[in-house]
Design a protein around this ligand. Structure first.
Ligand SMILES: *Cc1c(COP(=O)(O)O)cnc(C)c1O
Length: 409
């Protein structure tokens, strides 16, 4: 393998971090659609089985196309960061079939019955349900506090000796609350707790949690990392390489949450443009948020780039720019939300986020329709709330679509 320069930028890192062991001198990493791998001799087979990398044995254990993605995202999350000895930080990543699968490996690989997770109340729905409907049944409890108040974090840890892991999701849906990763990590590390971060909304372009001594970073790669909405996927990254290759790998390989070479190929191609996409996503989001803030039909814009957002300072401290996912509140409530969504001509009506096109959803009439009103309002999902993921279309067209859809509301 040729040695590589330490890259000075994110795009170079995204394009050139996968080890180049492509068959037949292929330019792109091939889709290694194979379930098993051959070896020339018994000795070679033995060597592979004994190795902790578990490569070229069986695709549930490791696959070369998936490996190229793992190396690339690991390089992005570690970009410019140093380890405890002042050397370039090394990370090990495992690519899963979905964000949920990666999250299951992360929690189950680190916890057992009797342990508890400490987290924030504003969480991705799937995370919240995994904690309360699945992990709870295995004897792993979740304690929820407002993590933006570090005193509450410290108090919960002091009062509950069962807390083993602190899970941070920042920024989080739908009001784009941010948690101070450094502050929470410092408190957790004072008693040696495991710290995990869901970095899906930010991507390694906007935020690198490993800077703050956390142990694991998680992404739903379905979102900005893929960027084009072509595949579901999730990745788990850890800085304790030995632990990742043994205990964490065991849960990954035996629960069978591995990704597949075709999805990995799509993801790898998506990641190549991460930096330039994010630049455009973020620039568009800023302009759209400023436009919406001035609009007569809008009560409030929840965008961390506005000084009125409660977590403006935290976002500025730990993120390169503001996440291009935000929400706003229509003065006209439920009916205005429904009408606005119906009138859109260009922006896409869909849940999810992080695709190149602008995605718009009205949670009260869709994702949270079945949640009792009192319950959803508690989590910030008010009647007129619109959630959007700003795409890379030309901003003039996005604003023109909003302008006509908001008219008369
Ligand atoms: C989408 C998402 C997940 C779950 O990932 P899937 O790929 O849908 O399984 C977890 N966390 C966040 C913040 C997400 O947006």
């Amino acid at each position: 393998m040729k040695t590589k320069l330490p890259f000075k930028g994110i795009s170079s890192t995204a394009l050139h971090s996968a080890s180049n062991n492509n068959a037949e001198d292929a330019h792109l990493v091939p889709i290694y659609a194979t379930s098993t791998f051959t070896y020339d001799s018994t000795e070679e087979g033995m060597e592979r089985f004994e190795s902790k990398d578990k490569e070229k044995i069986y695709s549930r254990w490791a696959n070369p196309t998936c490996k190229a993605v793992e190396e690339t995202i690991a390089a992005l999350e570690a970009f410019g960061l140093k380890d405890a000895n002042g050397k370039q930080l090394e990370l090990k990543a495992l690519l899963h079939s979905s964000g949920q699968a990666a999250m299951a490996t992360m929690f189950l690989g680190n916890l057992q019955a009797g342990d508890a997770i400490l987290s924030h109340y504003s969480l991705y729905g799937g995370t919240y349900e995994l904690m309360h409907k699945v992990l709870a049944d295995t004897g792993i409890e979740t304690i929820i506090v407002d993590m933006r108040n570090v005193d509450e974090v410290a108090k919960a840890i002091a009062e509950n000796s069962s807390i083993k892991l602190v899970h941070i999701e920042t920024p989080a849906n739908p009001t784009i609350q941010c948690v101070d990763i450094e502050a929470v990590s410092n408190i957790a590390k004072a008693t040696n707790l495991i710290v995990t971060v869901d970095n899906t909304f930010a991507t390694p372009y906007l935020q690198q949690p490993f800077k703050y001594n956390v142990d694991f970073v998680f992404h739903s790669t379905t979102k900005f990392l893929n960027g084009h909405g072509t595949a579901i996927g999730g990745i788990l990254l850890g800085k304790d390489i030995e632990l990742m290759k043994t205990k964490i790998w065991k849960w990954f390989a035996l629960l069978g949450g591995n990704s597949n070479p075709f999805d990995a190929f799509l993801l790898l191609n998506g990641i190549k443009t991460l930096e330039i996409r994010m630049e455009r996503h973020c620039q568009n989001a800023k302009q759209l948020a400023n436009y919406l803030q001035e609009h007569y039909a809008i009560e409030k814009v929840n965008y961390t780039g506005l000084a009125s957002h409660t977590d403006y300072e935290i976002a500025k401290k730990q993120m390169r720019d503001n996440a291009p996912v935000f929400s706003f509140e229509l003065k006209g409530g439920l009916q205005a939300g429904i009408t606005f969504q119906n009138k859109l001509q260009m922006c896409t009506r869909a849940v999810s986020l992080g695709t190149v096109d602008t995605l718009i959803s009205h949670p009260a009439s869709t994702t949270h329709f079945s949640v009792p009103r009192d319950e959803r309002v508690k989590f910030g999902i008010t009647d007129g709330l619109i959630r959007l993921s700003v795409g890379i279309e030309n901003i003039e067209d996005i604003i023109a679509d909003f302008e006509q859809a908001l008219e008369g509301l």
